[in-house]
Write a protein that binds this ligand. Structure first.
Ligand code: GAL
Length: 860
């Protein structure tokens, strides 16, 4: 079997069951899944404190993983890592446009296999929250709506409109029926304990007038009528009618209360980071702040919390929303785009979840009582009748640490942090004090180039302007989405004009300014077959105004405008009507006059010739043939490139580094790995490598990569590959050099830890049975992530006042002389090691000062 799996079923913490290169693994997995044993039917209800599962209130930690943003081969590993991280529930949207691309024709295969995903979660022993929507937002094309919906006569989306409600009900019922047939609701013994209808309608509701309220009420009763046997939620919907639970989405939800004293306080989207846009910096959210937000939520009575996203993944194909949502949907989530655990985020949250679970009994038994410990200092205590006691102590000041007295004991509370005391006495977790290790990963270039010689590449030129027999003429400028129905990103607008030489707009006899206005998202202008100029909008403003001086000839001239969409709008009131493309005006301007071409006759071509020919599949097909003329045409707009390559060795996830390419789409063995756009750089400013986690987080607070390409690495799931003879096809719109494309494999460079003596001991050391509870002081723990690895060397160790971050630690003024030898002795040759962070281990280099231990190690 090892041979058929291409030697890669070996497990690792990083990538446990990722098969080497596709193949029979899929068959094997469905065989396993058919033996999933689902449990007895489970009753799910709720009361004012929590979801009640089989009569018992439950405190639940949940995380979003969207099944089409990874592959079925990755799902078991992602879900296993979620479980190891302390999750109880996996939350996913259902993506209508993926499952019903043509009205009435359903697709649930491969990455779209919702039933298999839900069963995989069940098999791992976790629950599912199924967010059917079917509007989902989610940075997903058109918010999840299929395009055909837009063309139903008389339809109006997300309001009290019969055609819309009919389709929404039909799809929602279809999904519910599918789940029922597979016995997947908890009421049937399956894992689904919760379902969602609509999505954040409350945020836009006021724009839809009085019909909005009747739509909300209709959606609620429609959902209830489907009789799933599990509760329904509506997020960001303060008027959600009973028995629907209204839930909160946001960076913080501790101040939220549901609209009825009978409903529990639930948080369906805690944004673990933020999404990436082409042309933007790479957003991240420090884990100290994320943990603070979660701890505050449980401190103030919450009992269900979901990370959006726990694994973000990849927007394969043309699935990303927009406009301008990037192909990577990494989201700075606890599991990264490639399925690798992100540290210290994953580990610190795991410690938090463990701590909260220690407290579950008290938290669900009662409501918290609040007392102030001073300005911005809050204590919440959960004290049960049986005498157990849990306390959360918060310092919500964004600047100053504080020392507080609680129950007669003194506690140091770092600014913007929460301490959790499962016995009302011992601090087991503080949100600002990270005990978890840091993994420093780097993109390492393996076989470097996909193909080393330019002879290995072939190309086909995409014709400029109209080349398909389906082209048609219309007077005036057409809106793009209504014209293409999103069957392609591309729409050609082509016009012929006669120039006599006497036109008033001509300058210097043969020049004019071409002025084009477009709703977006990208525009390439050609005059008489030559590139005249291009423009693109941005995530904050999709519109384009292009002004270029062009040269015309006497006689017939052709102006060809190629308009491209980069993901359809997914959010906002009436987002479905925002439109795209060259809606004008289009003018020729000169010193003495202007010719407005907008209402003249234009020829339209939907999509590219190469798309029609299926060039992305990589086959040779007449009338155009892949040619491998030497030298290969590079830095040329509108060109298809093709090469073949062997699957890189090993198990590690693979990315293609497309640096050097312009903008387009890439396919591996006919499967689209998404739009690429490495030439779109993030702005020069707005980034911070170290971002102060203290104080309220916003989506634009912390970003990396300013001045650099928003995305250079593009995930190629190993299951897309065969051992050899893989085909890579690129459609390049703007111009690039494919001979520079290389494979990148993410590898561990260093393992680091930085723990202060003031940190609580590891949560795993906690025992509430013993007389003293915690048995040890602060501990630094290191563990090599791959099973076969051991710690080979200690690159840095300092006990005292070291500064810096992983990879750039430096000694401080105060340092113990023996730090390196103590750590070497404890760790070298070991898979994992623990070092006590105390003067007993290292001696005391500076009495009276709080000291910390910083270590950087290498694993082999
Ligand atoms: C929310 C929405 C999600 C997602 C998120 C941002 O408003 O419900 O679907 O779009 O914002 O990532």
């Amino acid at each position: 079997m090892g041979e058929t799996f291409c030697s890669a079923v070996s497990s690792s913490l990083f990538y446990r069951v990722q098969p080497f290169c596709g193949g029979p693994f899929r068959v094997f997995l469905s065989f396993v899944l058919s033996f999933v044993l689902l449990s007895e039917s489970v009753n799910v209800t709720y009361d004012h404190r929590a979801l009640v599962i089989d009569g018992a209130r439950r405190l639940l930690i949940s995380g979003s993983i969207h099944y089409p943003r990874s592959t079925p081969e990755m799902w078991p590993d992602l879900i296993e890592k979620s479980k190891d991280g302390g999750l109880d529930v996996i939350e996913t949207y259902v993506f209508w446009n993926l499952h019903e691309p043509v009205q009435g024709q359903y697709d649930f295969g491969g990455r779209k296999d919702l039933v298999r995903f839900v069963k995989t979660v069940a098999k791992t022993g976790l629950f599912v929250h199924l967010r059917i929507g079917p509007y989902v937002c989610a940075e997903w094309n058109y918010g999840g709506f299929p395009l055909w919906l837009h063309f139903i006569p008389g339809i109006k989306f997300r309001t009290d409109n019969e055609p819309f409600k009919r389709e929404m009900r039909r799809f929602t019922a279809k999904i519910v029926d599918m789940m029922k047939q597979e016995m997947l609701f908890a009421s049937q013994g399956g894992p689904i304990i919760l379902a969602q209808i609509e999505n954040e309608y409350g945020n836009v509701q006021s724009h839809y007038g009085s019909a909005a309220k009747s739509y909300v009420d209709w959606a609620a009763s429609m959902a209830i009528s489907l009789d799933t046997g599990v509760p329904w939620v509506m997020c960001q919907q303060s008027d959600a009618p009973d028995p629907i639970i209204n839930t909160c989405n946001g960076f913080y939800c501790d101040q939220f209360s549901p609209n009825s004293a009978k409903k529990p306080k639930m948080w369906t989207e805690n944004w673990s980071g933020w999404f990436l846009s082409f042309g933007g910096g790479v957003p991240y959210r420090p884990v100290e702040d994320l943990a603070f937000a979660v701890a505050r939520f449980f401190q103030r009575g919450g009992t269900f919390q979901n990370y959006y996203m726990y694994h973000g993944g990849t927007n394969f194909g043309r699935s990303s929303g927009g406009p301008f949502i990037a192909t990577s949907y990494d989201y700075d989530a606890p599991i990264d785009e490639y399925g690798i655990i992100r540290q210290p985020k994953w580990g610190h949250l795991r410690d938090l979840h463990k701590t909260i679970k220690l407290c579950e009994g008290s938290l669900i038994a009662t409501d918290p009582s609040y007392s102030s410990l001073g300005p911005n200092l809050e204590a919440h205590v959960y004290k049960t009748e049986t005498g157990s006691c849990v306390a959360f102590l918060a310092n919500i000041d964004a600047v100053s640490d504080a020392v507080v007295t609680f129950n007669g004991n003194s506690y140091h509370l770092p600014a913007w942090s929460v301490s959790i005391l499962p016995d009302c006495k011992t601090v087991v977790f503080n949100s600002a004090q990270i005990n978890s290790q840091v993994l420093k990963l780097e993109a390492r270039y393996m076989t470097s180039l996909v193909q080393t010689s330019s002879e290995a590449w072939s190309s086909i030129d995409e014709p400029v302007g109209v080349s398909k027999s389906s082209a048609f003429a219309r007077d005036g400028l057409l809106e793009q989405i209504n014209t293409t129905a999103d069957s392609s990103d591309y729409l050609w607008y082509s016009i012929s004009i006669e120039i006599t030489g006497d036109e008033p707009f001509l300058m210097n006899k043969n020049q004019a300014v071409l002025h084009v206005e477009s709703l977006g998202h990208v525009l390439h202008a050609f005059v008489n077959g030559g590139m005249a100029g291009r423009g693109s909008g941005s995530a904050s403003n999709a519109k384009i105004i292009l002004e270029k001086t062009i040269t015309l000839i006497q006689g017939r001239n052709t102006i060809d405008l190629l308009s491209a969409t980069v993901g359809l709008q997914n959010y906002g009131a009436f987002f479905d009507e925002w439109g795209a493309g060259v809606t004008g005006p289009v003018k020729l301007k000169g010193s003495n006059g202007t010719a407005d071409l907008s209402s003249r006759s234009w020829i339209y071509q939907i999509g590219l010739k190469g798309e029609e020919l299926g060039l992305y599949k990589g086959f040779n097909k007449s009338p155009l043939l892949w040619s491998s003329h030497s030298p290969l045409a590079i830095n040329k707009p509108l060109i298809w490139y093709k090469t073949t390559f062997d699957c890189p060795d090993g198990n590690a996830p693979i990315a293609l580094d497309l640096t050097g390419m312009g903008k387009g789409e890439a396919w591996v063995n006919g499967q689209s790995i998404g739009r690429y756009w490495p030439s779109y750089l993030a702005p020069q400013s707005g980034c911070a490598d170290s971002c102060n986690y203290r104080g309220a987080y916003r989506a634009d607070k912390c970003a990396r990569n300013c001045g650099k390409a928003s995305q250079t690495l593009y995930h190629v799931p190993r299951s897309f590959l065969q051992r050899s003879g893989n085909t890579l096809v690129l459609f390049e719109e703007a111009g690039g050099d494919p001979t520079h494309i290389s494979f990148a494999k993410r590898q561990l460079r260093s393992l680091c830890g930085h723990v202060s003596e003031l940190h609580p001991p590891p949560v795993d050391a906690w025992s509430s049975d013993g007389p003293v509870g915690i048995k040890s002081g602060a501990v630094l723990r290191l563990e090599c992530p791959y099973p076969s690895q051991v710690i080979a060397s200690i690159k840095f160790a300092s006990f005292g006042t070291p500064v810096g971050t992983c990879g750039s630690f430096k000694h401080g003024r105060c340092r113990s002389e023996n730090a390196l030898s103590v750590v070497q002795k404890a760790c070298v040759g070991m898979k994992s090691c623990f070092v006590s962070v105390s003067s007993e281990s290292f001696g005391d280099p500076c009495k009276g000062l709080a000291k910390s231990l910083a270590v950087e190690a290498a694993c082999v």
